[in-house]
Write a protein that binds this ligand. Structure first.
Ligand code: Q46
Ligand code: ZN
Ligand code: ZN
Length: 325
């Protein structure tokens, strides 16, 4: 198959867009689409500092590459979870992240001319959970959940807290994550299956900072399919960790992803329209009344916003009674 714009062989055929592109034109397309999404949803400007959560995977490293190439001031935050059993997942993902930063690869010339050159030298912040808080994520989860279930709840709570805290303490305007369309649609499907209206009200490409101490959250890749971000990483020669976190295997989100992939095979574009139509309905205020108006308090230990007075869920879980820096 040939590229729609030139004679070269196509590296990707996007049936939902009826668009096949070669490496160069695909690269150009991804940059343009991302920049459009950033503007359309008013995510951030080139004058603002962005903190991007990086995991060493294809989505976050590709997003970092794209943002820097588009001339945005994006720094990275890597959170070391201490998940190294049975495979050294955390160690390898940190290694890939550092390799990306050291390579300076976003400055590597390509055939694509962007209006804004990559001039920003990014910083990588690393927060190692076992070093900072004394235990790995599986350890704290085992302790708190008494050996039951997956460590994902403890992990999610810790990651959200660390991201928000660092973004706030270091004065970033926005917190970005590399969530792609497949991620967003799986969560959307999960939430609609159970009519979790509060969650639906808060699922969006942009979540404004609703309270002092919270940072605006954005997902610039939310309209790209997973195979599109993977193809971008491939075209750009980004070396990322292929393996998923061992605790993700067999979880409910992955089960929904498999179901939705079957649907997509039968009906190309089904996921994209499901998501975009949801955003349209949401934009028209369909879920507005389910948005929580709960009053937030300051955690008595760390000062971060929390729903109940006293210590926040993070400080309670980690049994923190004095601020850890
Ligand atoms: S990293 Fe953490 Fe995920 Fe691993 S323990 Fe679960 S939540 S699966 S995105
Ligand atoms: Zn081409
Ligand atoms: Zn706290």
């Amino acid at each position: 198959m040939h590229c729609r714009k030139c004679d070269a062989n196509a590296v990707i055929n996007m049936r939902h867009h009826r668009l096949a592109l070669c490496g160069t034109h695909y690269d150009e397309w991804v940059l343009m689409q991302t920049d459009r999404a950033i503007e359309k949803y008013k995510m951030f400007t080139r004058d603002e500092r962005i903190l991007l959560a990086v995991s060493g995977g294809k989505d976050s490293l590709s997003l970092w590459d794209v943002l820097l190439r588009l001339g945005y001031q994006a720094d990275g935050l890597y959170i070391g979870l201490g998940i190294n059993d049975p495979e050294p997942y955390s160690d390898v993902s940190l290694e890939k992240t550092k390799k990306f930063v050291d390579s300076g690869q976003w400055t590597v010339n390509s055939d694509v001319d962007t209006e804004h050159a990559a001039r920003y030298t990014p910083t990588l912040h690393v927060v190692d959970i076992p070093q900072t808080y004394g235990k790995t994520i599986p350890q704290i989860a085992r302790e708190k959940a008494r050996g039951q279930g997956r460590p994902c709840a403890a992990c999610g709570l810790t990651k959200r807290y660390v991201m928000n805290r660092l973004a706030h303490d270091k004065g970033y305007a926005v917190l970005a994550t590399g969530h792609n369309l497949d991620d967003e649609v799986a969560v959307l499907f999960q939430n609609t299956m159970r009519w979790q209206t509060g969650y639906l009200a808060r699922q969006a490409p942009v979540l404004p900072a609703s309270h002092e101490g919270l940072t605006k959250k954005v997902k610039p890749f939310c309209r790209f399919y997973e195979r599109e971000t993977a193809t971008y990483a491939l075209v750009r020669g980004i070396d990322y960790i292929y393996e998923e976190c061992p605790h993700a295997v067999g979880n409910l989100t992955n089960f929904y992803k498999t179901l939705l992939n079957q649907l997509e095979t039968e009906s190309p574009g089904a996921k994209l329209s499901y998501y975009l139509e949801f955003l349209r309905a949401r934009g028209e205020g369909l879920f507005e009344k389910f948005n929580s108006t709960e009053e937030l308090h300051e955690c008595e230990v760390c000062g971060q916003p929390t729903t109940a007075p006293g210590r926040c869920a993070f400080c309670r879980m980690w049994d923190i009674s004095a601020v850890v820096r």
